[in-house]
Ligand binder design. Structure first.
Ligand code: C5P
Length: 227
């Protein structure tokens, strides 16, 4: 199949001290470069469509130098809008499968990408997930516990999330037309649109860097995380 990847890097980093974390260096590489490099060197990925903030063209080009992608397109006010922009930019290329990945996840492996593509071919929509290790509570606005869901049925999900391209683009267009702009991942949007979504095994190391404290080995990695 023809496989494309949308890499969303248009966040503002508001929970990371207000600077776009995707351009910080981690272990000697810009985070966004590490996130994209794994897709760029993967033998089954045909196109990479980055989505960036419109003011970030130069820093993005500098961060990526030497890695080939499609020209970056500007994102939107929400992650959902940024993904949509990437999908629309890919529409003319008519990929069979699209992977959507956060630029803030630099540790996803080639194997995870391979598994995502395979699961999307089988199920149409597939996302990597992990068993929840903590017990999870549903709370009310008064901070009182409403419910304790059965932990064995819960998964936390990551990216890359993989889909047949045409149904995902349709779902995004429909959501936008209907004013549904609050989906925090593409799986939730796909579920809303009625697609069946498979969960395959994610990777514990595939963390999303949201605040400096999210780094895997906080002491060593915080030292390596520089401007
Ligand atoms: O904010 P959050 O950590 O959920 O962002 C996940 C990914 O989505 C990040 O890579 C971020 O750059 C991207 N994003 C985006 N456009 C937005 C918000 C987030 O591309 N408006």
């Amino acid at each position: 199949p023809k496989v494309a990847a949308v890499i969303v890097a248009a966040g503002s980093g508001s929970r990371f001290g207000g600077s776009p974390k995707q351009y910080r260096y981690l272990d000697g590489l810009p985070i966004v470069r590490a996130a994209i490099a794994t897709f760029a060197s993967h033998e089954n990925i045909d196109h990479i469509q980055p989505v960036i903030r419109s003011g970030d063209s130069e820093i993005f080009a500098r961060s990526l130098s030497g890695i080939e992608t499609l020209p970056a397109v500007p994102g939107g006010a929400t992650r959902q809008a940024s993904v949509r922009a990437g999908l629309e930019a890919l529409a003319a290329l008519k990929p069979d499968i699209v992977l959507v990945h956060d630029a803030a996840r630099p540790f996803a492996t080639a194997e995870l990408i391979t598994n995502a593509i395979a699961a999307a071919q089988t199920f149409g929509a597939a996302v990597p997930g992990l068993q929840v290790v903590d017990t999870v509570k549903v709370v009310g606005e008064d901070d009182l516990v409403i419910d304790t869901p059965d932990r064995s049925r819960l998964r936390t999900v990551q990216t890359p999330q993989a889909f047949r391209f045409a149904p995902l683009l349709d779902a995004h267009r429909r959501a936008a037309d209907e004013g549904r702009d609050g989906f925090t991942d593409d799986s939730a949007l796909a579920e809303w649109a009625g697609l069946r979504v498979n969960i395959f095994e994610g990777e514990r190391s595939n963390v999303k860097i949201t605040t400096p404290d999210d780094l895997p080995d906080s002491r060593a990695s915080k030292a390596a995380l520089t401007d």
